[in-house]
Design a protein. Sequence first.
Length: 393
Amino acid sequence: MAKKLRVDWFLFAISATLALFGAVMVYSASAMISLQETKNNPQGATEYAYFYKQLTFALTGIFLMWLLTRFDYRILQEKIFVYGLLALTILLLGLVFLFPPVNGAQRWIRFGGFSFQPSELAKLTLPIFLASFLANKEEEINSFKQSLLPCLLVLAILCGLIFAEPDLGTTIVLCAIFFVVCFSAGAKIRHLGLMVLPALGLFALALISSPWRLKRLMAFLDPCAPENASGSGYQVCQSLYAIGSGGVFGEGFAKGQQKLFYLPYPYSDFIFAVIGEELGLIGTVGLVLAFGLFLWRATRAALCAPDRFGMLLGIGIVTGIIVQALFNLSVAVSILPAKGIPLPFISYGGSSIVVTLSAVGILLNLSQYAGFVHVEEPKPIKPIQRKIRNIRV
């Protein structure tokens, strides 16, 4: 193993700041909704219900993020852990269908006041499995049957269960993780290309077979047109109103109007629109720059990992977080059709923020080795992989 350095506390600070900033914006976006929902509460209405929960989730995630810097990440490569986590994730994804749907989707396991979304765990389980499996297939990476086919079967199981919830957004994120990790592992472009075509066909079939998805796609072309503004384009249209009314400096914290029962899910899927309205262009650009800094430091940690497993795991985690962030931001500004997916670190939701911060904890664990190379003799690697491994960010 390589010699340890210090944890990348800059990456830790970026992630913790984003999580705490998200809790503050959840308060602003949910205060009036919280008052409305708790008006019949015997203990009195409160505007802080969502905020207290999100702050608890954020602090729990930050603690786990720090805790995960203290162990040997190679434990994650042990078969008993990898396949145990994979089996648990599949079991939990199956259990969601035993619970009643919420807003037409079965994505949560609920017991009293506790709820958990297994699809968030899948975003961490898949990179761990792919990294562990492909780290040991370096010599067989050109063989589709020996390397990519088993990974594709696992992806199909996870995506099939998540798509059935239904949750197309998370399915796309998992597919992005799969292709980026396999490409980084040295898989043939031809093999990956052959898998893209069926994936696009299934995606087209998902759109055609679901009238409401097709309506959203058509509304995406002009969400604020009269025929769309009160129907399939309503969410995106209200999001654009919010962002546009913020201008350069914004309306001021907690002074936004669109969140007052106009913008759907302002504390979750469309929290970026609330940020745009209240903090303006300066706030939104600042948030994008923060994600840019996160991408830089997280990619550095992944590429400077001391072994193939660490590099692939780090790349998978970074891909999942950044693709999800880009997806959410693109929907909010109508670059992509509307699809419910949370903004990492920022959106309300315990499952999302705790799993995301835990994943960052693994990246921080890898960051301890940045700047060092193997002390022991490494296995021969291909030229393209050698170039990647020698990068110093």
